[in-house]
Every structure is written in C-alpha cells, then in structure tokens.
Ligand binder design. Sequence first.
Ligand code: FAD
Length: 450
Amino acid sequence: SSSVLWFRRDLRLHDHPALLAAAADGAVLPLFVVDPALWRPSGDVRRAYLLRSLRALDARLGGHLVVEAGDPAEVVDRVAARAGARRVHVTADAGPYGRRRDDAVARALAAHGRELVRTGTPYAIGPGTVLNGSGKPFQVFTPFSRAWAAHGWPAPADDPGEVRWTGGGGGVDGPHWPEEPDLGDLELPEAGEDAAHRRWADFRAHALAGYADERDRPDHDGTSQLSHALKWGEVHPRTLLADLRRHRSPGADTFRTELCWRDFYADVLWHRPDSAREYYKPQLAGLRYAEPGEQFEAWSQGRTGYPIVDAGMRQMRSVGWVHNRVRMIVASFLVKDLHVEWQHGGREFMRWLRDGDLASNMHGWQWVAGSGTDASPFFRVFNPVTQGQRFDPSGDYVRQHVPELRHLPGRSVHTPWEAADGYAHGYPERIVDHAHERRVALAEYARVRG
Ligand code: FAD
C-alpha cells in the first residue's frame, strides 16, 4: 500500500511528524502542488527561494518529487487516485487561505473514499492551542509567552528511517515546474534542509551566547538569519527549541522568546484571520493617510535621505532580508513620517522579503502602526537619526548598503547634512523634515483620539 505526502511549508525530512505518519502507511509518494492562488501574489524573491528549496528537497528524495500545478482540490485527489493511495498526509496549515484550501481538499478526497490526514503544524505549539484561564485567546505577548512555556512542546519527531519513496519524480524541471524568476543582482542564501542545519550550527557556535545583546545591532552579524528556513519548514522550531535546552544562557532564553513571537503571531492570525488586512485594534482605523506616491517610491528604493532608512530598504532589495531593528525603523518612517497606511508597507515587504510571512509581517506592521496586539503606542515615533546612531553606532551598516556615504567615517554617516562633503557622491537630500512630520502624525492621532 502507499500514501501521498503533500509538502507545503515543511520542506524537510528531519523532525517531520506527517512524514512519520505517511511512512507508517507504506510507500510514500512525495508531492508538491504549485497553487496559482499562492504562486501568483508571491514576490519573485520568495518564488525563487521556494524553487531552490524544492530542488534541494528533491535531491534528498532521490529525485522522486512529483510536481503538479493547479487547484489542489482537483490535483491532490487526482494524484492520490493515480497512486492508489487512500490517505494524503500533510502538516496542518494555520493560515486563513490554507485552512480553507485544506477543507476543500479534504472534501474532494472524501468524495472518493480518501482521507486528508493532518499531523503537526509549522509551530512549536499549534495555533489556537494556548488559551488563557477563561479559555480565550491571548491578546498580549507576555502572558501568552508564559502560558506557551508552561504548556511545553513535544520532543522532535523520530527519524523516519528508510522511507520507500515512490512516484514518477521528474517534477523538478518537469512540465509543471515554473520558470525561475530572474532576480538580477539579488543574492539568496543556499536553500534546503542541510543548509538550514549548517546555518543553525554556525549560529549556535558563534553568536547564540551573545544574542541577547547583539540582536539589536544591524552592523553586527548577530542573528540567526533562519527566518526563511522557518518560513518554509526547512527546519522546525521544535528542533531548535530542543537544541536550546543544551545551551543555557541569556542568549538562548532570548532566542526562545523570539521563536515564541513567531508562534504568537500565528496564534493571533488563527483567531483573527482578518488581522492580516484589517486593524487588529479598530480605534486607529480612522486615521487619515496619504495615498502611496513618489515618496513611497523613494522609501521603497532607499532614497529618503535618511541613511538608516535607506540602508534598510536597500538591504531588502539586495538580499531579500532586513535586520529586525531596521524593519521597525523603516516601517515607522513610512507610517509616521510619510503618513502611508501600514498595509501598503506590508505588501511591499511581502514582495521583497525571502522570509515574507503573513502573520509575522502584517502583525509586525500593526505593532509599528500602533494598532496591533502589543501596540507600541502610536505617539512613540522613531527618530531615524538617533535610532541609527544608537543601533548602528559604528556606521558600518549604513556604509555597507549605501555606497554614496562610504566616505563618511564612524557614526557621522548618520548625519550627512552636517558634513561639508556629505552629498559629494550623490546621496539624496532628505525628502521630508522628520521633526515636522512627527508633529503632523501626532496632531492626526490627537484628532482621532478626540
Ligand atoms: P533571529 O533574531 O535570529 O530570530 C530567530 C527567529 O525568531 C526568526 O527567524 C523568526 O522566525 C523569529 N522571530 C524573530 N523576531 C520575530 C518577530 N518580531 N516576530 C515574529 N517572529 C520573530 N519575520 C518573518 O519571519 N517574516 C516576515 O515577513 C516578517 N516581517 C516583519 C515586518 C516588520 C515590520 C517587523 C518589525 C518584523 C517582521 N518580522 C518578520 C520579524 C523579524 O524581523 C524577523 O523574523 C527577523 O528579522 C528574521 O531574522 P533572523 O532569522 O535573523 O531572526
């Protein structure tokens, strides 16, 4: 007998409960479906990364991966029929679209006596599981994180041993394989499960101990850069959490907390699927915003005249990743200095980020916009100059991403207007006056608050 393992955001073989469940049914046909509903709106960066990750997965599967394109409700049932499989195994999807899609696939399979079996999720604890004392979802991170830690998570899944892979294979570069987008100069890290494990081992050895202090420094290489690997499930957070047990340090505690943020935002989206687009807290929905225009373009291309903002947006376009501190700074600048509504920024991030993830991204933006769960209050407006001086005190981060400012030494790179030769190499003038725009944002906030 045989079953189908339909891969989605679980592109790995280690610590994979759904794979164990599938292998228990006998031979396993590994399937990936290029779903137009997800593929079309994805940015080129995420598409390219996904294709590379699938290539890496296929290599580990000995070339057995079957790739099909189309509506999963139709495709998955057809592949299961062809394979003579009674069960299709998946890792449960917690996102709004994924849940609807999986329900539709389950119905299509059931109509022919087949079953969709959901085992595990991409999170340490499945979204919707951690509830407060009255059985309600948490709306604030800290109490969630306490309940999350108290709940605990399962140990990593056993090694599946020898799996009998079946299926025609030939999916990679086959008839349904999409053309890989041309990313120009944008460089992606190596994709796949092995690369993710190497990165994690390297981070553990060199950066984990100092992570609590270093994670806010974009000029240092102090974070794991595993967000894209977690996004695609090349590594499961539970694998990382198990390893962290062996590394007791403030760095390990802080890293655990960051993984909890990822679980928290997925949990929020589970309970409030609308919060990827609508205001989580509606009180600020009445703020007036500008339509994205020329200033939005300048922001997106890294030409605002504020060095840390421009460095962040250029980092995004050159490697498809931005340091967390700088994500907050550029997001605050768009919402509070350029007065553009957070959803526009969120969509631009989804277009460029290799780790673009609906829950983490949109709730990250809501946090900055003051309408999210643990709202950083709207009136706390980031000053892009002092943020740069504080978190990139060496100035190395700006110089790395903004060549027109490389001639300015140390932290003077954050204030080119104070240097005689600040604009000697074509760096743009500031497109807005931060002090003025801050007042405009606060006045608008006061109006809405009455
Ligand atoms: P590390 O510091 O090494 O953290 C380890 C892991 O913890 C990360 O890989 C990530 O999975 C998780 N994590 C860390 N911080 C957060 C956080 N604030 N929220 C949720 N999970 C977190 N993260 C994404 O994965 N995808 C996104 O699309 C995304 N968009 C964001 C948008 C904004 C406006 C902001 C402020 C944050 C966003 N984040 C997003 C969260 C965070 O910036 C990234 O997860 C982090 O920068 C990834 O780098 P890293 O892997 O080196 O992180």
